[in-house]
Write a protein that binds this ligand. Structure first.
Ligand code: FA5
Length: 340
């Protein structure tokens, strides 16, 4: 009786394994035949109830059915896995001989480009290019520039103070002081760099922007020398006629002081957000170095005189490339940057 059931189980299960059309279907057949509650388990239960003398021969049969079914199951399962792998390989092949996508070269930021041009221009006129720290002392940023502690001019530049009493430099002018002290007169230097101000950001104002400081100290330096260098600089950069105006301007570190404005190159002078509808853009404050500043740089103002200017490099780049919002300059948007 049990023998017949075992043979029947072997025959029907082998047939089901053979006709299984998917891995799930194969698994169902296995559970029905070989699972914990499957047919073979039920037959085994009955087998346990038999008297010992009947068990020997039936036991052999039971084992052989079990082995047959398990090995057939494994063989069929392996076949499905091989088929799946082959299908995946067919789907996911990769031609490693295809040419790689081209490497897209980067480009120099417009501020870097204009800075490099100004450096070339000034080095050809005998100026040294100096660097200074972005974290400055109050002495270099203010005191040595004739801006004493209580002077209202400190309010002109909203300062980021550090907890150790130092500050983020609000302009590149402290490099004048470092230059005078390190090199002494006669002196020709420029100092490009990043500066920081705690102020409201709009189309023409950033909290972090670039300036380029210039200074020349020699015997008998006058406003005529200053104007000559300013004109040389502007024609070198813009390669076209630029309308400029010089206004009196107040900076404690120069006397007399001027504001050099250029007619807005974004709107041609008719008024826009960059020039705040005035038609003019403040680009380059300048003047003759104040005697107190020469003195704090260790230079005798009775023997030497000089001019200095502080160019808004970020704004210069905006004028040069027709960029109408300063926030784009350091926004990091590649669609903007790849245009240059
Ligand atoms: C100064 O910083 C003086 N140290 C410049 C100077 C140097 C005067 C030497 C005389 C002699 P001012 O605060 O005006 O000056 O800034 C100089 C230039 O930086 C401005 O003309 C403008 O072009 C630019 N600038 C000022 N504030 C901002 C800002 N928030 N965002 C972008 N550019 C600015």
């Amino acid at each position: 009786m049990l023998e017949a059931q075992l043979e029947e189980l072997r025959r029907t299960t082998l047939a089901r394994f053979a006709s299984a059309f998917s891995q799930e279907n194969l698994e169902e057949a296995r559970v029905e035949a070989l699972g914990r509650k499957g047919t073979l388990a039920q037959i085994s239960k009955e087998f346990g109830k038999l008297p010992p003398e009947q068990r020997a021969s039936l036991g052999k049969l039971l084992n052989s059915v079990k082995q047959d079914l398990e090995s057939e199951y494994e063989a069929k399962k392996h076949k499905f896995e091989q088929e799946q792998l082959a299908a995946r390989l067919e789907r996911e092949w990769l031609d490693v001989t295809l040419p790689a996508p081209g490497v897209r070269p980067g480009s120099l930021h417009p501020i870097t480009q204009i800075q490099a041009e100004i450096e070339d221009l000034f080095t050809s006129l005998g100026f040294a290019v100096l660097d200074g720290p972005e974290v400055e002392t109050e002495e270099h940023n203010f005191d040595a520039l004739n801006i004493p502690p209580t002077h209202p001019a400190r309010d002109m530049q909203d300062t980021f103070w550090l907890t150790n009493g130092h500050l983020l430099r609000t302009h590149t002018s402290p490099v004048q002081v470092r230059g005078m002290r390190a090199l002494g007169p006669p002196l020709r230097m420029i100092a490009p760099g990043r500066v920081f101000r705690n102020e409201e950001v709009d189309a023409s104002h950033e909290h972090t922007f670039y300036q380029l400081e210039g200074m020349m100290v020699d015997r008998n330096v006058s406003v005529a020398n200053l104007i000559y260098f300013m004109k040389t600089l502007l024609s070198g950069i813009f390669h076209r006629d630029v309308v400029v105006r010089l206004r009196p301007g107040y900076f404690p570190f120069v006397e007399p002081g001027f504001e050099l404005d250029i007619q807005c190159l974004i709107c041609g002078g008719s008024g826009c957000a960059v020039c705040k509808q005035s038609g003019w853009v403040e680009l380059m404050p300048c003047g003759l170095v104040h005697p107190n500043v020469l003195r704090s740089g260790g230079i005798d103002p009775d023997e030497w005189s000089g001019f200095a200017f502080g160019l808004g490099l970020t704004r210069m780049a905006m004028m040069r490339y027709g960029i109408d919002d300063i926030r784009q300059m350091q926004g990091g948007d590649l669609r903007f940057l790849t245009q240059f």
